[in-house]
Write a protein that binds this ligand. Structure first.
Ligand code: ADP
Ligand code: MG
Length: 551
């Protein structure tokens, strides 16, 4: 036996452990899901190595779970890649994976309950300390001549490492010494079977609880659609995402040309912070002939469709493809462009068949979706799917498409007008929009900075020019009648005209360099004055964005 050494946990791990140990989180059973998930990852790595390097895989891939009531332990054993001493120190004790780092930060901010956070993120290996007094990890790496090593810790401040002389089989065994009040709950085979069924049924490798095979191991995405029940889809979705709710929408397809693949995709009910940390959790899992090649691949779907979760499995890629060469692979690009068309087509159908349902989708994922203005190849489809609040909506929740707008536009109108503002109330009072209100010309309301990028990128839609209300050509608007006829203003007398000219000159004098010009306008009816941009310039809001960006 090697010498026993003691090592301190890194600070961020300690913080996370502290949160978990003291958490009153009731759904503690998820520790098993996390241990099984790690075992499965370790087995996937063996399979990947075997297929890509042609190395031998002599040991049957499996996960075994046992319980010992008297000792108060649960043990999870896998025949996966195992860990070397270095890997053990790096992976367990030093870093908390990306999800947990975010969880710790958000837990410290205290904005969201810990329960919700733990449920939503995978908390990883450390979650075992919600139920454990002590954990012992015994592992031997797949690396040639690797020595078995044992790791123990009570999850407080440090962990101990010791090399073993025995020649253990490859893989990892995790023995969990349960807290006293957890023994009856978890050192119990029937309970463990239930938990495996609930959270880990779709794991790709056989799981045994005390010699009985528990999970079903079907690649659901390869099954014929008509055989699959909604409940199975929902279970698979929850397994995949850790979402506690059913999926909002499910898209299961099988494609043979131009490239063969099966895809099972889901749209969640609620969206994540579209531009925050959650983006790391995005992406579809890529399989080649049922072998997991890459989790959360970032190339199959563009960022704006990042709300889509799911798996893609193809026969056409070689099994030994490396993750690096995936990026500039022709077939991947074909799969990707087909997937994008399918997702957009599915949304188009939803929008057409059920506008309320589409509005629900839009509330959850619209902000992220709008980043699709960069997808020039699918510009037309994107433009059909994008939604804005509008002066014609009843309230700030109302949504209008460009098609809606056109259906309400005036006969001779060839512009789609939009205005940017902080809120519906502000835009409702904006002097720039008075003329539109007076003439009953609809204006799309833009509240988010990205909206203006969308308008700039699209430029026009079905022959209508997307036009900022600030830049509206008054001559075009003048053609439309006022909704309520007001008395024609009489022409100014010479005296009135000259006093108006003097006033303009005086205002220009006072404002000096701050403005280029001061002029009388017919644009306003209720407000005395407004700021306007010289034609051709960016809108004032875009100008603000540019200034911030260029600082
Ligand atoms: P994540 O799985 O998200 O990476 P975890 O906290 O669950 O985070 O696990 C941390 C790391 O520890 C894993 O990435 C892996 O490298 C290693 N690990 C954990 N369990 C095992 C296991 N059973 N076999 C091999 N490596 C493991
Ligand atoms: Mg894990």
């Amino acid at each position: 036996m090697g010498r026993k050494t003691t090592h301190k946990f890194k600070a961020e791990v300690s913080q996370l452990l502290d949160i978990l140990v003291h958490s009153l989180y009731t759904n503690k059973e998820i520790f098993l899901r996390e241990l099984i998930s790690n075992a499965s990852d370790a087995l996937e790595k063996v399979r990947f190595k075997a297929t890509s390097e042609g190395s031998e895989n002599d040991v049957a891939p499996e996960i075994r779970i046992t319980a010992d009531k008297d000792a108060g332990t649960v043990t999870v054993t896998d025949t996966g890649v195992g860990m070397t001493r270095d890997e053990l120190m790096r992976n367990i004790g030093t870093i908390a994976h990306s999800g947990t780092a975010e969880l710790t930060r958000m837990a410290q901010e205290g904005k969201e309950s810990l329960d919700a956070l733990i449920g939503r993120f995978g908390v990883g290996f450390y979650s075992v300390y919600m139920v454990a007094d002590e954990v012992t990890v015994t592992t031997r790496s797949i690396e040639p001549d690797a020595q078995a090593i044992i790791w123990t810790s009570d999850g407080r401040t440090d962990y101990k490492l010791q090399e073993l002389d025995e020649d253990l089989p490859r893989g990892t065994r995790i023995e969990v010494k349960l807290k006293e009040d957890m023994v009856s709950r978890f050192a119990n085979e029937a309970a463990l079977k239930n938990i495996v069924n609930k959270h880990s049924n779709f794991i790709n490798f056989p799981i045994y609880v005390a010699d009985e095979r528990v999970n079903t191991v079907t690649a659901l995405w390869r099954e014929p659609k008509f055989q699959i029940k909604d409940k199975q889809y929902a279970e698979f979705y929850k397994f995949l995402t850790y979402d506690s709710e059913d999926p909002f929408d499910t898209l299961h397809t099988s494609v043979d040309a131009p490239v063969q693949f099966n895809a099972l995709m889901f749209i969640p009910k609620s969206g994540d912070d579209p531009f925050g940390m959650a983006r790391e959790q995005r992406g579809l899992d890529l399989y080649v002939r049922r072998v997991l090649i890459e989790k959360q691949n970032k190339d199959l779907l563009p960022e704006y469709l990042g709300f889509v979760k799911g798996v893609v499995d193809t026969e056409d890629l070689p099994l030994n493809i490396s993750r690096e060469t995936l990026q500039d692979n022709m077939l991947m690009r074909k799969i990707s462009s087909t997937l994008v068309k399918q997702v957009l087509g599915n949304l188009e159908k939803m929008a057409k068949d059920n506008a309320d349902r589409y509005a629900e989708f839009w509330q959850a994922h619209g902000t992220l979706f709008k980043a699709g203005y960069m997808d020039f190849l699918n510009k037309d489809k994107f433009a059909k799917l994008v939604r804005f609040n509008s002066s014609a909506s009843e309230d700030s929740k109302g949504l209008a498409s460009f098609d809606d707008y056109i259906s309400r536009a005036k006969d001779e109108q060839k512009e789609i007008y939009y205005a940017f503002g902080p809120s519906r109330e502000a835009l409702g009072l904006s002097p720039y929009l008075e003329v539109f209100r007076r003439k009953g010309v609809e204006v799309l309301y833009l509240y988010e900075p990205i909206d203006e990028f969308v308008m700039d990128a699209l430029r026009d839609y079905e022959g209508y020019t997307l036009t900022s209300a600030e830049h509206a050509d008054m001559a075009k608007l003048d053609k439309f009648e006022d909704l309520e006829k007001k008395e024609e203003a009489e022409a100014l007398t010479e005296e009135q005209q000259s006093s108006l000219d003097r006033m303009m000159a005086r205002i220009k004098d006072v404002l000096g360099e701050a403005v280029t010009e001061v002029k009388a306008s017919r644009r306003l009816s209720d407000s005395p004055v407004c700021l306007a941009n010289p034609d051709g310039n960016v809108t004032s809001s875009m100008d603000k964005i540019m200034r911030v960006v260029s600082k």
